[in-house]
Each structure stands twice: as structure tokens, then as C-alpha cells.
Design a protein around this ligand. Structure first.
Ligand SMILES: Cc1cc2nc3c(=O)[nH]c(=O)nc-3n(C[C@H](O)[C@H](O)[C@H](O)COP(=O)(O)OP(=O)(O)OC[C@H]3O[C@@H](n4cnc5c(N)ncnc54)[C@H](O)[C@@H]3O)c2cc1C
Length: 492
């Protein structure tokens, strides 16, 4: 798999690369030999270790400017088969070596950072489609398959699509999507990855293999006990390593429709989308930008709503008609803003430039019920604006469902001295705290699709309540020596 590099990286040729969290005990020579016997591609090359020390977490981009990486692994292990994954995990279980799985390293929360050293298990070698059932619309893909490659093969060779279009489709992999409960930008029609997945093949901490759902031979909507597939979805590599997934596909959509409206308030826009979904319309993409984001991203004055649907003509036309009826009180616009969004939707070139200027910037996606969304939005944005140094605090509604939606906040802050890292980190964590607390106070979910990683870990216990204790017991049962992605998902 091609490596995706964040916009700011540490020069791996640099002799004095520092670690934010030094990993402690390095691997012994004997452990390296055991790993090499388990997997043909094991590297302890300094450049490979630095490359595997981070992901796209924006705080780590700031650290990279001063030659610092979050945490270096002791070795980078690149399996190309499930047998190699099993053999590596058996060695790691016996030797108590930490294992941090990584796909495209496009995670934005530090999830793939090898916090406790050990090995970085780079999954890109398990790549490709291994089966297509066009009758049942099921596709098997290996975990390291890059999203864009998977979608291109499905489209061109099978006339199918997953309909899963995360903005990071060029950077991310099937295993990473499942790890983080990813969402494509068309999730209102096609669902998130947890709706798309029908079964998994997972290697557990002791090297045993478990197959779940449709891969284990179950039919759809099985009532044979709890759904073990969903146990691993969102587990961020802490309960097992995903090697293969069975995914639900769709025929290529024959038609596409676009529309846009301007609302007088963000709240009125939220309410129109809610009413449309309540009537059963599920247009693929519905995106409502508050006035600040509409100005920044579209050079448009006013609250902007863009919608796009694709699929069977009769279904799409009905969905867009319902949407238009519910937007009757808003000003209809040309489809120009939708076209602009579509053309620029993967462009994140500004991120590196802004971080280089010393601006502290990040995005935070959360979800909440319709009843809570307007209050949560106001609470979080006002809280961010009240922080000293804030230069931008805004949000858009990015994914919508029958019961609620995802709000995607952006914040940016600048201190009096852009090079002051102490101020920058205090501001960064303060901004996160504002949005996390506002979300919890409004009974929302602290993540909708980026997952927990490092940055949300302190909030997981409050978010899950007594459920967190159950999750801890599951973790202890499946990974008794806590070797799988230690330090993540709030487990420490
Ligand atoms: C520009 C940009 C845009 C983005 N847009 C979106 C978006 O629209 N929607 C969205 O959902 N996300 C988005 N993201 C976030 C990121 O792309 C997703 O979280 C993605 O799912 C991560 O996939 P990855 O392969 O890069 O995983 P990684 O970053 O490598 O890993 C993510 C987590 O999954 C675990 N993991 C990886 N592979 C496996 C495996 N085989 N088995 C078990 N655990 C594993 C890792 O340990 C880690 O905890 C965006 C990121 C960027 C940089």
C-alpha cells in the first residue's frame, strides 16, 4: 500500500528526532529474531521507525515542526498474509510486546501512534478484493486495502460501489475504517461503515482467528446471539487485528441530483433536514454550513445548505422532492455551491500552511439527537469563542439520520507568540474540553467517525458510563496482557 504522509513530517534523516512519549524498553535482539521468523518483512531502520511514529493528528503536526514525533515503535512489521499476522501475534503474546495496528495512518486522533513502543503492525500488505457476490451484493476485501483502490476496482471491474466516501478515501484503508467507525460523506443514503460491514475475520491477541457474521456463514440480520462483528467495529485495534471484511455493496448509481438553499438561521436549516428525514427521504449527502463556514469555504453570505443524491432515478427524484418541500421557506440557489464542494471536497492543502503559521487548529465531530443539536451547537461555538486566542469557531452539519446528526466543529487559535508551545497546547486541550463537555452535557456522542485515539481517551469513561466497565472486562478477557494498542480508547 502506498504510504500517506501527513502535510508536516519529521525529516527521518535528522539525527536528533525526539519522542514526545519515549517508548521505554526496546526490543531485544532475541525478540527481533523471533519476529523475523514470524514475518518476512521486519524493519528496525531508523527512517521506518520515525515514519510509523505518528498519524494525521493535528497536535502531532505541530510537534513535527520542531523535530518531535509522538512515540517510536521498536520495529515495523509488515505482514502480507493472515498466517504472518497470527505468527506475529503469537510471538508478541509470549513476549509481552505491544502491537499497534496501522492502515493508512490517516487517523486524526493519534489512534495509530505506537504509544508503548513494541511493534507497528503495518497492514498495507494485506491488500485487495478476495471475493464478489454480485447477487447478494457482498464484497470481501483484505484489511489493508486502500479505499480509493477498492472503490476503483469495484466500479470498473464489477459496476458496484460501496457508497463509502470518506474525505480521506485516498489515504485510508478498510481496517482503519472499521477501527474508527468511519463515515463516508454519503452516509445518509449508504450508512456508516458499521452499517456496511457484514462480517469480519480478526486475529486475536493470542494469535487465534475468529470469523464473524457473514464470513462465519451467517445470513443477514442474524438473531443467533449478539453481533460479534460489531464488537470489533470501533475497537481501534485494542481487541484484535482485522485481516478481512465482508462489505455490503450497491449497483453503480444511474443518476445524480444536486440542490442548494440559503437559510436565515442554522437552527432553521437543521429543522428542515430533520423534517425531510422524518418523511423517509435519505439524500446521500446533506451538509448545512453555519454563516462563518459558508463564508470561509464558499465565499457565501448566509447559512448554506447543499444536498446531493444518487441512485435509482425514481428514488432520488422522490427524495429530492421531499427535501425541496421541506426547504420551501428557504431561498433556493443554483447548484454552484454543490459543484464547488464536490470539486474541492478532498482538498486539505490549507492545513499544513496554517499549522506552519503557528495557528492551533483542529476539527471535532460529534453527534446528537435532533432535540439536542441546536442547543449543543450554540453551547460549543460560544464556548470556543470565549477562549482567549480563538480566531475561528464554526460548524457544519455533515451527516444526518432519522434520530439526529453529526456536527463537525472547526476551531483555530493564535497566541500572542505563535511559537509558544505551552500556550498552544493549553489552548488546544481547552478547546477540545469545551466541545467534549458540551457534547456530554447534551447527551451526544463524543465522536461520530474519527474515533477516540489519544485525544478523546480522557472522556471515554464518562461517555460510556457503566458500559465502560463492561468494555474493560471484554478487553481483559480478549487481551489479558494488554498488548493490543495500549494506551488507547481510554483503557489507561
Ligand atoms: C484529510 C482527512 C480527511 C478525513 N476524512 C474522514 C471522513 O470523511 N470520514 C472518516 O470517517 N474519517 C475521516 N478521516 C479520518 C481517517 O481517515 C479515518 O479515521 C480512517 O478510518 C482511518 O483509516 P486508516 O486506514 O488511515 O487508519 P489508521 O489511521 O492507520 O488507524 C486508525 C485506527 O484503526 C486501527 N487499525 C487500523 N488498521 C487496523 C486493523 N487492520 N485492525 C485493527 N485495527 C486497525 C489503528 O490501530 C488505529 O487505532 C480523515 C482524515 C484525514 C487526514
Amino acid at each position: 500500500m502506498r504510504r500517506s504522509r501527513p502535510p508536516i513530517t519529521v525529516d527521518s534523516a535528522q539525527a536528533d528526532v525526539r519522542e514526545r512519549w519515549p517508548a521505554g524498553r526496546p526490543l531485544t535482539g532475541a525478540q527481533e529474531r523471533l519476529l523475523a521468523a514470524a514475518c518476512a518483512d521486519v524493519s528496525t531502520d531508523a527512517a521506518a521507525l520515525i515514519d510509523s511514529a505518528t498519524d494525521w493528528w493535528p497536535l502531532a503536526l505541530r510537534w513535527a515542526r520542531r523535530g518531535e514525533v509522538p512515540a517510536r515503535p521498536g520495529a515495523v512489521v509488515r505482514p502480507v498474509s493472515i498466517d504472518e499476522v497470527c505468527a506475529v501475534l503469537r510471538v508478541c503474546a509470549e513476549q509481552r510486546i505491544a502491537v499497534t495496528a496501522a492502515g493508512g495512518r490517516s487517523g486524526v486522533c493519534g489512534g495509530a501512534v505506537p504509544l508503548r513502543g513494541g511493534i507497528a503492525l503495518e497492514m498495507g500488505g494485506l491488500d485487495g478484493i478476495t471475493g464478489v457476490d454480485d447477487v447478494s451484493l457482498l464484497v470481501d476485501a483484505l484489511a489493508g486495502t486502500r479505499g480509493a483502490d477498492l472503490e476503483a476496482t469495484l466500479r470498473h471491474e464489477h459496476r458496484l460501489t460501496l457508497g463509502h466516501w470518506p474525505q480521506s478515501i485516498d489515504l485510508s484503508s478498510v481496517g482503519g475504517w472499521l477501527g474508527c467507525r468511519a463515515a463516508g460523506q454519503y452516509s445518509t443514503r449508504y450508512g456508516k461503515i458499521e452499517d456496511i460491514v457484514a462480517g469480519l475475520e480478526v486475529v486475536l491477541a493470542d494469535g487465534a482467528v475468529v470469523r464473524t457474521g457473514s464470513i462465519a456463514g451467517a445470513g443477514p440480520r442474524s438473531a443467533t446471539g449478539p453481533d460479534l462483528t460489531q464488537l470489533f467495529v470501533g475497537s481501534e485495534g485494542t481487541l484484535g487485528v482485522v485481516t478481512r471484511a465482508r462489505l455490503r455493496a450497491h449497483p453503480l448509481p444511474p443518476v445524480e441530483r444536486r440542490a442548494a438553499w440559503e437559510f436565515d438561521t442554522f437552527g432553521n436549516g437543521i429543522d428542515a433536514i430533520r423534517r425531510a428525514l422524518r418523511r423517509g427521504a435519505t439524500p446521500a449527502a446533506v451538509r448545512l454550513y453555519d454563516a462563518e463556514e459558508a463564508r470561509r469555504n464558499f465565499n457565501h453570505d448566509g447559512v448554506l445548505f447543499i444536498a446531493l443524491d444518487e441512485g435509482d432515478e425514481a428514488v432520488v427524484d422522490a427524495a429530492m422532492r421531499v427535501l425541496a418541500e421541506e426547504c420551501a421557506g428557504a431561498a433556493a440557489l443554483s447548484s454552484d455551491p454543490v459543484d464547488h464542494w464536490f470539486q474541492t471536497r478532498k482538498d486539505v492543502s490549507a492545513l499544513g500552511r496554517v499549522v506552519e503559521m503557528g495557528v492551533v487548529v483542529d476539527t471535532i465531530e460529534i453527534s446528537a439527537s435532533w432535540a439536542q443539536l441546536p442547543g449543543l451547537y450554540a453551547h460549543a461555538v460560544l464556548g470556543l469563542r470565549a477562549l482567549e486566542g480563538t480566531v475561528a469557531a464554526s460548524a457544519h452539519l455533515s451527516h444526518a439520520y432519522l434520530d439526529g446528526a453529526c456536527l463537525y466543529f472547526t476551531f483555530a487559535g493564535l497566541g500572542s507568540d505563535p511559537a509558544d508551545d505551552v500556550w498552544a497546547e493549553a489552548y488546544y486541550h481547552g478547546a477540545w474540553d469545551v466541545v467534549m463537555r458540551a457534547t456530554l452535557d447534551h447527551h451526544g456522542s463524543i465522536s461520530h467517525h474519527h474515533g477516540v485515539g489519544l485525544v478523546r481517551s480522557p472522556y471515554v469513561s464518562r461517555a460510556l458510563g457503566e458500559g465502560f466497565d463492561v468494555l474493560r472486562r471484554v478487553k481483559a478477557a480478549l487481551d489479558p496482557n494488554a498488548i493490543l494498542n495500549p494506551g488507547k480508547l481510554g483503557f489507561e
